[in-house]
Design a protein. Structure first.
Length: 148
């Protein structure tokens, strides 16, 4: 993927939580198991989502994490920003430090195009968009949430 591992984990966790039935919450352990994120990493990512107002976290028995607002109002860009993922960077893809349109490196045009595409994807894609595309995931999500 074109983002950091932390950003990828955050997207995975948020997509999983968006697939929960209305009003349901999942523990960090359940999120970890469902998304193949290491447990301590999952807990860290989930706390960052809470700190940025994307999740609600309840401690104690019956607690867990759930979306703080409707999935249609959480863009991928919001998630990436919560984990400090900077898609728009002026770092040179060719390794020359910084480049721009006046002093481009050999990869400048291609890298700029790629960055703009990723940014457009992050701005325009919401958790609801992903859920509409993967209805079969809801059944798998329900199975993970069932007590063993």
């Amino acid at each position: 993927m074109l983002v950091s591992q932390t950003a990828e984990y955050a997207l995975r966790a948020m997509v999983f939580l968006a697939g929960l039935p209305a009003g349901a919450a999942a523990t960090s352990r359940q999120v970890s198991k469902a998304t193949a994120i290491p447990p301590t990493y999952a807990a860290k990512v989930l706390r960052r989502m809470v700190a940025h107002g994307l999740l609600i976290g309840q401690k104690g028995h019956g607690g867990g994490f759930q979306l703080a607002r409707p999935a249609a109002r959480i863009r991928f860009q919001d998630i990436l920003e919560a984990v400090d993922e900077n898609v728009v960077t002026d770092r040179c893809a060719f390794g020359l430090g910084r480049c721009n349109t006046r002093r481009p490196c050999p990869l400048h045009e291609s890298a700029s195009s790629l960055r703009e595409s990723v940014l457009a994807w992050a701005r325009s894609t919401t958790l609801a968009d992903v859920q509409r595309r993967t209805p079969a995931r809801r059944q798998a999500t329900a199975q993970i949430l069932r007590p063993a």
